[in-house]
Design a protein around this ligand. Sequence first.
Ligand code: RFL
Ligand code: PHB
Length: 390
Amino acid sequence: MRTQVAIIGAGPAGLLLGHILHRAGISFTILEQKSREYVLGRIRAGVLEQGSVDILRELGLDADLAERGLTHHGIHLQYEGQRHHLDFVDLVGRTVSIYGQQALVAHLLREHDRIGSDVRFEATDAVPHGLETGTPSVAAVHEGREVRIDCDFVVGADGYHGVCRPAIPGIRAWERSYPYAWLGILADVPPSTDDLIYALHPDGFAMHSMRSLEVSRLYLQVDPGESIDDWSDARIWEALQARLGVPGWMLQQGTITEKSITPMRSFVASTLEHGRLFLVGDAGHIVPPTGAKGLNSAIADVALLGRALVAQTRGDERPLRAYSGSALARQWKVQQFSQWMTEMLHVHRDVADASAREFRYRSQVGQLEYTVGSRHAQAALAEQYAGLPF
Ligand code: RFL
Ligand code: PHB
């Protein structure tokens, strides 16, 4: 069969790109290796930058977001038992929205069903071919049969473990891991806070987020080697109470409905382009979740690539050739912000020398004191958290 754009991966990046192409009358097929239920069941991110919200609105994909998303005007930064509010509206005139990636993916899929898109789940063994030629294709196995999709362009929206990035000859990457991980829970309990709380505590980082006015999402810094089996619900609540507690405030507890541990990594590929192949989202870069940038970066890439593919079909190749450079330049700014937030808020237990470890912790407190004490520093955080221009 033939289509104009073959998209590998039905995460938020691949699904959103499909909608942008559909609106421009460009045909596409999405190949996803997992089942629909699996894709709908993944929890992951929760914060949308204002720019991401604007893109969804421009595409008419914001009906569910407008109904269920929560507009937040800032965040709380907490350390040494004190909580400080940063007001993004006052600082930079911007807001963020709390809206689960799971809800976004469900909405994008429902809209694909409505417009009759060709989205194939459980399509395995995808391999892109002929990327250096004018006639690329993707081979895969779907419903027990080998399929070949001839196309003009292949888009790798297949995440960090996908097949597209390794298909680029000579590609390099820069990466680092962190000596900590996040234990995340979903709990059936109304949030105990208005805006998200990011807390540095001697026991480790903790965060209070939410999914709705009935469901809370909370995170704890743990060691990367830890097993979720060692974290009973009681132990999780005890750690959250200790790390998030401030005088005169109560963390409400409820039934934990999901819990898992996610490692943290920073990763940037040297290019997002090879001939007729383009990478978007986690296929090209990964951030630690502290700055809430993973999903937003995927949306930013897709907005840029979507526009470039539309221009290309109208005879202007330049935006497509500029895509990789532009997306990576923006991504490196996002990387430094995510790394900065992460290192400022986590306890570096891996530092062996006790004095050096204490020095590090006290420097982080100094950095937080400076941030909350300076309007310029607050504005810099707010500008980056609420989102750089696309
Ligand atoms: P995704 O969401 O990983 O989607 C990629 C899709 O491609 C499919 N796939 C393939 N399909 C066909 N053939 C192949 N060979 C394939 N290989 C892979 C996969 O099954 C999948 O459906 O990437 P995308 O679309 O770029 O979106 C990126 C975001 O999902 C990601 O940046 C964020 O969710 C990152 N992230 C988080 N970000 C935050 O801002 N806050 C969070 O709390 C947060 N939690 C998380 C996360 C990422 C996680 N991962 C990737 C392990 C928690 C986890 C567990
Ligand atoms: C979430 O709600 O899952 C979330 C919020 C903010 C982050 C990371 C995750 O920085």
